[in-house]
Design a protein around this ligand. Structure first.
Ligand SMILES: [Zn+2]
Length: 401
């Protein structure tokens, strides 16, 4: 790479942009204002953005828009890269001791709800994209600023996949906060090369009511749901050399009776994290085995969470350490930060599961670090936002040629 082909990210512009993004509240399902801001920012720089409509009429009744922009490369056969960042945050939490959207900068930290998750990463891909427009690229770079990642179904990235935006991409970078959400201790620059998957399921337990003074005449659904929760808590799950182990966490038991009756109904909600090699059918089979082994007297039915579409599944994925995108990012990290990157794996699920698993794109998370994600006092380190922008821009040139 020669110097005149190197993209230049303006640090001050990146932090100014981040501050404006943080000052625009955008809890999930309320992203219209920030989407317009992102659209206008790209439009003002001549990037010809488009709104990509996202509609989910059945469960959430959500209507919104992703913002998408493309830098067309000169060679249709060259590798093309997807940059993905979500514009939404969690709902603003109440215990902030200042305006949750202040964007205040102090001691190298920028504060605000979503500053780290992930407006820092969003600002980084936006200025990286803008810088890439000034250098010759062989392959395309597709910028996707998506809605509703923090909501229940990841509807923004889901819709990108359904509408074919990922079909012509060869790999994806997601600039979610990296180190703080990694499974192991890593420091930036860090490349997170995969994530476990997650399924939610319910177990309906239907016992048999009787007078509460004679419990032996009934079948107590609350007691049997409790036995199930304890047994599920102890099961062995799959292992993976990189992703670690799967896990089971009984989340909630509801049901029962407040009168003098043996409760006839209870419902147990279970979170199951899985590693590569474990499917939803495996998770179901594990739960069925536990039910069978307990020999309960209740009728038991296992159901997986209703989603707007059966494809909406957070499956696990791992990206090969030798994939050209990983090499490009590692070389970029060395060029920008003068050090080898750390490697790790993400601890939770997000849009990257859709890209890495459903869209089958080699996907790497690289993002700025911070603290108090999803809580009061959330902040991002401003120098890491700029560093991530530089790494993404540099890596895109290496990957796309
Ligand atoms: Zn996030």
């Amino acid at each position: 790479m020669t110097d005149d082909a190197a993209p230049t990210v303006d640090p001050e512009e990146t932090i100014d942009l981040l501050q404006e993004l943080v000052r625009t509240p955008s809890p999930y399902f309320e992203e219209a204002e920030i989407c317009e801001f992102v659209y206008d920012w790209l439009d003002a720089r001549g990037h010809d953005p488009e709104y990509h409509h996202v509609s989910e009429p059945d469960i959430t009744e959500y209507e919104g828009d992703n913002v998408v922009a493309r830098l067309a490369g000169s060679d249709p056969d060259a590798p093309s890269l997807l940059l993905n960042a979500h514009v939404d945050t969690v709902k603003l939490v109440e215990d902030w001791e200042e305006d949750p959207c202040s964007g205040r900068i102090e001691g190298g930290k920028l504060y605000g709800q979503g500053a780290c998750d992930m407006k820092g990463g969003l600002a980084a891909v936006m200025t990286a994209f803008d810088a890439l427009a000034d250098v010759p690229l062989a392959g395309d770079v597709l910028l996707t600023a998506v809605v509703d990642e923090e909501g229940p179904y990841g509807l923004g990235t889901d819709r990108l996949i359904r509408d074919g935006y990922t079909d012509d991409c060869d790999a994806a970078v997601v600039t979610e906060p990296g180190p703080i959400l990694a499974q192991s201790d890593v420091e930036n620059p860090a490349l997170l090369l995969g994530a476990r998957g997650r399924f939610l399921y319910d177990i309906e337990v239907r016992g048999h009511a009787a007078h509460g003074s004679q419990p032996e005449k009934g079948v107590n659904a609350v007691v049997e749901a409790g036995e199930l929760a304890a047994a599920l808590n102890d099961i062995e799950t799959g292992d993976h050399p990189r992703l670690g182990s799967g896990s089971v966490c009984p989340l909630q038991i509801e049901g029962g009776s407040q009168t003098l009756s043996v409760p006839e109904r209870a419902r147990l909600m279970v979170d199951r994290h899985v590693v590569v090699g474990e499917t939803m059918e495996d998770a179901r089979a594990d739960a069925e085995r536990v039910v069978a082994e307990l020999d309960l007297q209740s009728d038991v039915e296992i159901g997986f969470r209703e989603a707007p579409d059966p494809d909406i599944v957070y499956g696990p994925y791992v990206t090969d350490e030798k994939h050209p995108l990983v090499t490009a990012l590692a070389d970029a990290a060395r060029a920008v930060a003068d050090t080898d990157p750390d490697y790790g794996y993400f601890s939770s699920v997000g849009d990257f599961n859709y890209l890495g698993d459903r869209a089958d794109l080699p996907t790497v998370i690289v993002g700025p670090d911070g603290e108090n994600i999803h809580g009061a006092g959330e902040f991002v380190y401003t120098d890491e936002v700029v560093e991530v922008a530089d790494i993404v821009a540099d890596a895109a040139v290496r990957f796309c040629g």
